[in-house]
Design a protein around this ligand. Structure first.
Ligand code: AMP
Length: 602
């Protein structure tokens, strides 16, 4: 029997919620007692299912399902290695290429390849695996926060645009797929998972209408709200910003019991007509709170029964912790799970811990996991030493860093996810990991991930506009500015003019350079700018000639070797940003939105 089906949490299965929670905890205990044995079974199950696929047949496993044969014959790969296979599936080849089961759709990752979201194959059965992990979250949370079944969650959840591959398979982000699935839409009643947002609001494709009605429902049910959240910290801050910009209209709707004419979606209008009733007292309350200059603790002022914020603040999202603390008065920040389009990995068994102590326990039933020992200094030097051997989940060592490599039911074999994790401890025999970072990510505001090569290309592309002015970009660096919401990329440019006496560049040219950079960045960035509005216009700050030499002088004064010094392509260290900001001679913003449509460029 497949491991995923050994544990079912649908409410008809168990009568009582406490009993259901206890079963979930017991399941976690069982899975973590002997992760090695579970992993062995998972791999055997995957190879039993996919051993005869075109991909695996190439490696002549000849029916073997054991780890040793698998590891000795199947190579470690990255997305680019699998892309030709994935492209064939996308183009309509229905033969068992990567997976014996039909690929039901593609999940579009926020990680990109060649500027477009990576396409991750998925199968119908993956829904159950993901659902299983979701069903463990509230039972764990209830161990730490009592009575969460006595109220609601204000969770800002959104779907994103989807597209179709040439053969008609849907391609969309994993959460869009989940929210649109029957698992979510027809979820059985669970008192621990009651949302203030109706399905119609979550499923509305227009991000403004979706956010507006979710916020409106959150305000109407403000006393019921026990937790406030979004998937990532940036999403929750976007909701707060939305409230800052729209509270007047929201209060008007509440006062009159009528919905803003900006809400045009029919099913949303119908659903809101049952929820929205005139309430002058609530409207006055909202106005009184929101009109104030000071928005400190606004979350607890409006939703006074909030016990914690349900948002991921690990990894790149850690930059938002101070702002969330400001708006919530330091409520606990619960990072509950660690997942990706490729595979859902695990959960945080101590969700009410300090963000710096968050560790995720990878659930050994979700896929087959291997770990590539990671040496930060070796990779920084571009060491050519042979790649170290991968170790199994049960063999990772405390304190060490690893890159995660996965083998999934849907056909990824020994695939490098690109996440760097550190072992922080064990739950029973299962290791727990701190999310250290994603490899090669230089800049990130929301789910965008821009690497050094992309930034370099964007600078090169924009600087072609400077040629006719006999000017070039001598040096550059960048900074993810999250001081205001939405955050935006700041690129510092030191310009080199052919003749020092030349007139400064026309303002409009540098503005166009900002847009040219944006046009060159990946589709997740451009979608964030255009559709989600989760990223603000890109900014170029031109700095005085000699500024980058000062940066180098600073680094050398702190002990850097002059021979090995490289210009950092991203800065966050305050003394460096202070040097840069004090030398700014002009500031430019992108004057328009870059081009973005759901269709892939290639
Ligand atoms: P996507 O495939 O677009 O859903 O992105 C998945 C990636 O998001 C993972 O590989 C991680 O890099 C990142 N991620 C997911 N969950 C977490 C988490 N809890 N903390 C930090 N980063 C995360």
């Amino acid at each position: 029997m497949a491991i995923v089906s050994e544990f079912s949490l649908s409410s008809h299965y168990l009568g009582c919620d406490d009993e259901k929670n206890a079963k979930a905890i017991q399941f976690i205990e069982e899975m973590t007692q002997n992760p090695d044995r579970v992993q062995e079974r998972v791999l055997a199950e995957i190879l039993g299912q996919n051993g005869e696929t075109e991909y695996l047949k190439r490696f002549q496993l000849t029916g073997a399902k054991d780890r040793e044969t698998f590891k000795s014959k199947v190579p470690i790969v990255s997305y680019e290695d699998l892309q030709p296979y994935i492209q064939r599936i996308a183009n309509g080849d229905r033969s068992p290429i990567l997976c014996a089961h039909p690929i039901s759709e593609f999940l579009t990752s926020s990680g990109t390849s060649g500027g477009e979201r990576k396409l991750m194959p998925t199968i119908v059965q993956d829904h159950d695996r993901r659902q299983l992990l979701y069903s463990l979250l509230m039972p764990v949370m209830s161990l730490y926060v009592p009575n969460l079944d006595k109220g609601k969650a204000l969770n800002f959840l959104f779907i994103k645009a989807e597209t179709k591959t040439p053969s008609g398979l849907v391609a969309r982000p994993v959460l869009t797929s989940y929210y649109k699935s029957d698992h979510f839409k027809n979820r059985p009643y669970d008192p621990y998972n009651v949302y203030t947002s109706p399905n119609e609001a979550i499923l509305c494709p227009d991000s403004f209408q979706s956010m507006y009605t979710q916020m409106l429902c959150g305000l109407i049910m403000r006393h019921d709200v026990l937790r406030v959240g979004a998937v990532f910290a940036s999403g929750l801050l976007r909701a707060i910003r939305f409230l800052q910009l729209n509270w007047d209209q929201l209060a008007h709707d509440i006062a009159t019991g009528t919905l803003s004419p900006k809400i045009t979606d029919h099913s949303l209008k119908e659903c809101m007509s049952k929820i929205l009733k005139p309430d002058t007292e609530l409207a006055n309350f909202v106005r009184n709170e929101c009109v104030q200059e000071n928005w400190e603790r606004i979350i607890t002022r409006i939703w006074p029964n909030t016990k914690y914020l349900d948002v991921i603040v690990t990894g790149a999202m850690a930059q938002y912790i101070p702002t969330l603390d400001y708006y919530s008065g330091g409520l606990p920040l619960a990072c509950t799970m660690y997942a990706s389009s490729e595979c859902y990995f695990g959960l945080n068994l101590k969700p009410i811990c300090n963000p710096s102590d968050v560790s995720y326990t990878i659930m050994p039933n979700m896929g087959y996991f291997e770990f590539l020992p990671h040496n930060d200094s070796a990779s920084a030097r571009g060491s050519h030493s042979p790649e170290p051997r991968l170790v199994d989940l049960a063999q990772v060592e405390y304190g060490k860093l690893y890159e995660l490599v996965i083998t999934t039911y849907s056909g990824l074999c020994r695939y490098r996810v690109g996440d760097i994790l550190q072992v922080t401890g064990f739950h029973n025999k299962a290791p727990q990991f701190r999310f250290v970072r994603r490899k090669n990510v230089l800049l990130s505001i929301d789910s965008d991930k821009t690497d050094e090569a992309e930034l370099q290309r964007a600078v090169e592309s924009a600087s072609t506009l400077l040629k006719e002015f006999d000017t070039s970009v001598a040096e550059y660096t960048s900074f993810a500015d999250t001081g205001s919401i939405p955050g935006h990329y700041v690129i510092y440019w030191e310009l080199l003019m052919k003749e020092a006496s030349m007139a400064p560049l026309p303002e409009e040219v540098l503005n166009r350079c900002c847009l040219a950079m944006e046009e060159s960045l990946n589709s997740v960035y451009r979608q964030g700018r255009v559709a989600d509005r989760s990223i603000g216009p890109l900014e170029i700050r031109v700095v005085k000639s000699g500024t980058f030499e000062e940066l180098m002088d600073y680094a050398i004064s702190k002990g850097a070797s002059i021979n090995q010094y490289k210009v950092p392509r991203c800065v966050s260290f305050t003394p460096l940003t202070e040097i840069l900001n004090s030398r700014v001679v002009s500031v430019h913003f992108s004057p328009a939105e870059p081009h973005w449509t759901p269709e892939r460029r290639r």
